[in-house]
Design a protein around this ligand. Structure first.
Ligand code: KIV
Ligand code: ZN
Length: 510
């Protein structure tokens, strides 16, 4: 059996599906570029039929990203499959259509009200239609882990004879245990006709915290593709964190004998950070592989051991996965050329206008901070990339606060108008604290009321002069949760920028 385990990244589809993680086209493209540098085998770029935005994102990624296979998701419905086909078409030979259909008893009875025979027919027709468009078709019997094994085997066999080239058997609700999930693969591979001619794939959700264990059990039982997301983002408890499965196979090569991925390990940390910034989900400090504390040793005995021999308490070399790769910082004296070279080295491809905007903010930050580190630069670029159309922009903010003062903010916002002079509006408001006062003033000016659902502040680098990056999630009605990001050396200004970013998103998103 081929020992190459393909890595199928669904950060931009299953990951982006979780509330508040949505990314705009520019952000998705940046993530896709980084995934290509990480050398994943497949990028599932979206679900083209669900919105014009998803269609455009898949099409753009299929056009611009070279290397990985580009997949688009579709239900077993003609309109879904045709939309996915049109979106992935620019990828040419690297285009994949991924069709799925619920197969478990609970899905058949309550979602579809259909008998097994009907489900079987729909699956076959879906795969056949997809095969008319592309050679590379993946079929997923959704909720496979709760599907009767006999029926699962039968539908997989039917999908293979209809032309599916990859069979993905998802643990859609994170219900399986490793033994059970592994056994499902062993059984279907042994009993479905044609199984030896296709690639089997694992797709695990983390509701019981078993996603990585389940994925590895699948691989031990014949799966040669693992689907997941960076940092494990995804609906509910998330999808399997790809970096965990990749590093488990790499670190325990002695146990997972001969299995290998084509992943460029040094890109792991960079990818994790980019995804975290782009979708506004901070990585928990103790997260395996990519959390800030993953390689921090607090106990004296451990530190002593590490100094004597790293392997006493470290099972992986952090440098090999991209930790601690620091470059000399830039300063306010660095020019455009130095900045451009550094950004290129960091993997960004910016337009002239984006470069100019980043340079302007770099100079402002350089005046306030002695050194501007790569992480600072990444934040400036991300702010730029995340920039939705600036309906409102921050012109001025001043806040007075103290332990015996009523916090009061004065904010001036600009609303540029094409061809006209535009509007400048200033207002002031008090609040429970300086951030509350600033956000309330923005509400008064924009007339948009957002309910703050989450607020996170992070120092991008170390030191008292570090840039503060604020990520907020706000509900602008009807449960529409929008993420906003902003940064500054002043945390109140960063908060105002983040909130305004969310307001602009809410105003421009369909
Ligand atoms: O979890 C799941 O079942 C899915 C399918 C669409 C593959 O995401
Ligand atoms: Zn899923």
């Amino acid at each position: 059996m081929n020992n190459h385990v393909r890595i199928f990244d669904t950060t931009l589809r299953d990951g982006e599906q979780c509330p508040g993680a949505s990314m705009n086209l520019r952000e998705k493209l940046e993530v896709a570029r980084q995934l290509a540098r990480l050398r994943v085998d497949v990028i599932e770029a979206g679900f083209p039929v669900i919105s014009d935005g998803d269609f455009e994102a898949v099409k753009t990624i299929a056009t611009k990203i070279h290397g990985p296979i580009i997949a688009g998701l579709a239900r077993c419905l003609p309109k879904d499959i045709d939309a996915a086909a049109a979106a992935v078409k620019p990828a040419g030979k690297k285009a994949r259509i991924h069709v799925f259909l619920g197969t478990s008893k609970i899905h058949r009875e309550f979602k579809f009200g259909k008998a097994q025979s009907e489900i079987l027919r729909l699956a076959v027709e879906g795969v056949q239609r997809a095969r008319k468009h592309v050679k590379d078709v993946e079929f997923s019997p959704e909720d496979a882990s709760r599907t009767e094994l006999d029926f699962l085997t039968k539908i997989v066999e039917a999908a293979i004879s209809a032309g599916a080239t990859t069979i993905n058997m998802p643990d859609t609700v994170g219900y399986a245990t490793p033994e059970q999930y592994g056994h499902m693969f062993a059984h279907v591979i042994a009993n479905a006709k044609g199984a030896r001619n296709v690639i089997f794939s694992a797709h695990c959700h983390n509701d019981l915290g078993l996603a990585a264990a389940n994925s590895l059990a699948a691989v031990q039982n014949g799966a040669r593709q693992v689907e997941g997301t960076i940092n494990g983002i995804g609906e509910r408890a998330g999808n399997v964190a790809l970096e965990e499965v990749i590093m488990a196979m790499q670190t325990r090569a002695d146990y997972y004998k001969g299995l290998r991925t084509g992943i460029q390990m040094r890109e792991i940390v960079k990818t994790s950070r980019l995804v975290s910034r782009m979708c506004g989900f901070l990585v928990q400090r103790n997260k395996a592989i990519v959390g800030e504390n993953a390689f921090a040793h607090g106990a004296g005995i451990h530190q002593d051991g590490i100094l004597k021999k790293r392997e006493t308490y470290e099972i992986m070399d952090p440098v090999k996965i991209g930790w601690g790769v620091t470059e000399l910082p830039l300063t306010k004296h660095s020019g455009r050329h130095a900045l451009a070279i550094r950004l290129k080295h960091m993997g960004y491809q910016l337009t002239g206008a984006e470069m100019e905007a980043v340079f302007t903010r770099f100079k402002t930050i350089g005046d306030k901070k002695k050194f501007v580190y790569d992480d600072d630069l990444a934040t400036l670029v991300d702010d730029r990339i995340s920039d939705v159309r600036e309906i409102w922009s921050l012109d001025y903010i001043s806040v007075s606060t103290g332990n015996q003062t009523v916090p009061t903010a004065t904010v001036r916002l600009k609303k540029p108008r094409e061809g006209a002079k535009g509007e400048v509006i200033q207002d002031a408001c008090t609040g429970d604290g300086p951030v509350d006062a600033a956000l309330k003033t923005i509400d008064r000016i924009t007339g948009k009321r957002g309910k703050l659902m989450d607020y996170q502040l992070r120092a991008v680098t170390q030191g008292k002069d570090a840039i503060g990056e604020v990520t907020i999630k706000a509900d602008f009605g009807k449960g529409r949760i929008v993420t906003g990001k902003g940064s500054s050396t002043d945390v109140i200004e960063a908060s105002a920028r983040a909130y305004l970013n969310a307001v602009n998103r809410a105003l421009t998103q369909k």
